[in-house]
Write a protein that binds this ligand. Structure first.
Ligand code: BES
Ligand code: MN
Length: 456
């Protein structure tokens, strides 16, 4: 007896379908970018709620069963569509929250309006990671009701703020989230025109350190010379965190030289926007420094602003420190080491108080097996014959390690919409339109190839 099956979409069907969907996808990206959903404390979380609702609506429009889920933190969106008989289920991950915009004056256009300039779309979240959400939507729309796999779309709402409630949320929804393959659309490509498959990410530990040397501010002339001010003391403490070569000086952090990809220094300098004459710091290959060794940066300091600073000794000052952890390191252990370092290096007996903000584990992905081959093949096709480079990234996606622990069998394909010019987290974040079209096509092709592997 003949079995009724929906005809499989061919590569050219998919090319056509994705091209057809792109204008609508862009219009919906524009709607998402208008919602300033920032999960950080002190921001209006009503926007995060609206953002989750907008994502839920998009997924309902793709014919998915959708719920907005939370576990004490910001809302995530889960959308599901059952697999055709015998086909694998693919989880599609992205996040809908964004980073704060920083100094508005540094933006060339409204951060919450998607504006096109020179083939790029500018706006906060235009790349990280609202375009990741839209890449999933593009692939789903391209298939319509001919989707060859089951899908679970998981769109997190507090990725940029440490994913604090994620573990609980995943545990509570474990059954629904089970998948054979997961596609994470939250990383970067190697260059414009060159795709990447991300196989390692660094972890992260963020904390605050407050230094106190006085019970109250005093006249800097009357007491200066004998009393250490808190800001000088803090700066001196922060200076102990690197050695003279610029390597992180906190003992016991994991780091190794392992990367095989060459990142030419002049290209790196240009992409980073390094100021004239500034030397790189740290040792080893650039990719080692970025991907497989720890990094430490001071992200902010609370101290009197220079325009208003009186001639008084500062009694207390606080810094925010961020450590990126190499794959193989462990956030709780690293935080203990950092804390001990800060407490033991306080100059002049200053009081030091360290408080934890949040952390995320690093991860390594073994990119072998048929699902990874499927991804490489989809990328090659979408980028007209250019092979994906296997890269590490220095950034963090805490979700991945958590997911690996819960579903050790699942193949984790870390893809993304960014390129080295995307300026995620900075002013004038942007998405390359041409690359975005390739990302959407690659994802549609990937689902077809995953279905084939699943059947085989
Ligand atoms: N999309 C980034 C992760 C990323 C960065 C991937 C660079 C590829 C290249 C993600 O949204 C992010 O920024 N995560 C935070 C996590 C943190 C708040 C726990 C990060 O890395 O700062
Ligand atoms: Mn992101």
């Amino acid at each position: 007896m003949p079995v009724m099956t929906t005809p499989i979409m061919t590569e050219s069907d998919l090319r056509e379908a994705v091209a057809r969907e792109l204008p609508g996808v862009r219009a919906d990206l524009e709607r998402l970018v208008r919602i300033p959903g920032i999960a950080f404390d002190g921001f209006d979380h009503a926007h995060v709620e609206r953002s989750a609702e907008a994502v839920a609506e998009l997924l309902r429009g793709c014919g998915l069963d959708v719920e907005v889920a939370r576990a004490g933190g910001q809302p995530a969106v889960i959308g599901r569509k059952a697999a055709p008989p015998g086909a694998p289920t693919v989880m599609l991950y992205a996040h809908h929250d964004v980073q704060p915009i920083g100094d508005r004056m540094l933006w060339e256009s409204d951060p919450f309006e998607l504006v096109e300039r020179d083939g790029r779309l500018y706006g906060r979240g235009a790349a990280d990671d609202k375009a990741g959400i839209m890449a999933h939507v593009a692939a789903l729309r391209a298939y319509g009701d001919r989707l060859p796999v089951g899908v679970v779309v998981f769109v997190e709402g507090e990725e940029e703020y440490g994913s604090d409630s994620l573990e609980r949320l995943l545990a509570e929804h474990r059954e629904k989230l089970t998948a054979d393959v997961i596609v994470i659309a939250d990383s970067t490509n190697w260059d414009v025109g060159v795709p990447a498959l991300t196989t390692s990410l660094r972890g992260i530990v963020n904390c605050f350190v407050e230094v106190r040397t006085l019970e109250h501010a005093v006249h800097s002339g009357m007491f200066g010379g004998a009393v250490p001010d808190a800001l000088t003391t803090l700066v001196r403490l922060l200076a102990t965190l690197h050695d003279d070569a610029g390597n992180v000086a906190v003992a016991e952090l994991v780091g190794r030289e392992a990367a095989r990809v060459d990142y030419p220094e002049d290209r790196f300098r240009a992409e980073a926007g390094l100021a004239e004459g500034v030397r790189l710091f740290g040792t080893g290959r650039i990719t080692d420094r970025l991907w497989t060794k720890p990094a430490l940066a001071v992200l902010g300091i609370d101290a009197p602003a220079t325009g208003e600073a009186p001639n008084a000794l500062v009694p207390a000052a606080k810094a925010k420190i961020s450590v990126r952890l190499a794959p193989g390191d462990e956030p709780k252990r690293a935080y203990a080491a950092l804390r001990a370092h800060l407490e033991q290096h306080a100059p002049w007996g200053a009081q030091v108080e360290v408080t934890f903000e949040h952390d995320g584990a690093p991860c390594v992905i073994d990119a072998s097996g048929p699902m990874f081959d499927a991804a490489r093949s989809a990328f090659r096709t979408a980028w007209d014959g250019t092979d994906a480079v296997e890269i590490g990234v220095g950034g963090s996606i805490p979700f991945i390690a958590t997911f690996q622990e819960m579903f050790p069998q699942a193949a984790i394909l870390v893809t993304g919409v960014e390129d080295p010019h995307a300026r995620a987290h900075g002013p004038n974040e942007s998405l390359h339109l041409g690359e975005f079209a390739r990302v959407c096509l690659a994802e549609a092709l990937l689902l077809a190839r995953v279905a084939e592997v699943g059947r085989g």
